[in-house]
Design a protein around this ligand. Structure first.
Ligand SMILES: Nc1ncnc2c1ncn2[C@@H]1O[C@H](COP(=O)(O)OP(=O)(O)OP(=O)(O)O)[C@@H](O)[C@H]1O
Length: 239
């Protein structure tokens, strides 16, 4: 059987004071969206950083296409976690070209990929604008474009819609679903349960650094279900 794009087993990462991750198991299959939801401080960003090799696990394993962080095919991964790495003085297009080259695209392939992403995320009109002058939402669109420009097989996005306007939310949804339809795997976190339910195949609830339940994306009242799961877990913890 082919290696999963992402497999996390018994992942522990503790911070002084006891916060962090306390034994997370998680899979992301090809051609699917796996969403993480949880309250502020639940551990979503920490999990994504550990998945991407930005944080060393205290124990447990992360496998990206079957390999650990040292050997993983990072050129097949695109991410926006903990802010975008952009050059403030470069234009939006130059930044996107830099992201394409950094991900291994060269020459005309890089230029074509950049133009496609400018179109997909409706950024062409800002292509010549210096990045320091972009609005927060357009800077986020640039970050997302940079994460997707090389058509990664695994996409990891931490709260990607936070600064997006409604049209950005729709464009991101469409571009992710197009990629998923041709086999990409997506791990995404969000506080917007309705939005998550529109794109996710699986929704995992994280609380206090643990997986505490799952939501059915087709469920009728996933908000109520979410709060019930979190409340039950908090009750258990306080006993
Ligand atoms: N470098 C650090 N040192 C100490 N504690 C940390 C550190 N990074 C995160 N934490 C703690 O780990 C817990 C999980 O934080 P994390 O940022 O992963 O949560 P989150 O689910 O992404 O929250 P949010 O929805 O607010 O973005 C929190 O209690 C946080 O304070």
């Amino acid at each position: 059987m082919a290696d999963l794009p992402l497999q996390v087993r018994d992942l522990v990462r503790t911070f002084p004071g006891g916060a962090g991750l306390h034994g997370i198991d998680l899979d992301v299959a090809p051609g699917s969206v796996h969403a993480l939801v949880g309250l502020n401080g639940a551990g979503k960003t920490t999990l994504m950083k550990a998945v991407l090799g930005m944080l060393r696990p205290t124990s447990g394993t992360v496998r990206v296409f079957g390999a650990d962080a040292a050997a993983a095919r990072w050129d097949a991964v695109g991410h926006v976690v903990a802010g975008a790495a952009t050059y403030a003085e470069l234009t939006l297009r130059s930044n996107l070209l830099a992201a394409a080259r950094w991900h291994g695209l060269a020459g005309a392939r890089a230029g074509d990929a950049v133009d496609r992403l400018l179109d997909e995320l409706d950024l062409a009109r800002y292509a010549r604008v210096r990045t320091s002058r972009l609005s927060d939402g357009n800077r986020q669109r640039l970050a997302l474009a940079g994460a997707l420009v090389h058509d990664p097989a695994l996409v990891v996005l931490d709260e990607p819609t936070n600064t997006l306007d409604p049209s950005g939310v729709v464009l991101l949804r469409e571009t992710l679903l197009r990629r998923v339809a041709v086999g990409a795997a997506v791990l995404v976190s969000s506080h917007h349960l309705d939005e998550v339910a529109r794109i996710a195949d699986r929704i995992t609830v994280i609380n206090r650094g643990r997986v505490v339940g799952a939501l059915d994306p087709r469920g009728l009242d996933i908000e109520r279900e979410f709060f019930a799961i979190v409340h039950d877990d908090d009750q258990r913890a306080s006993r």
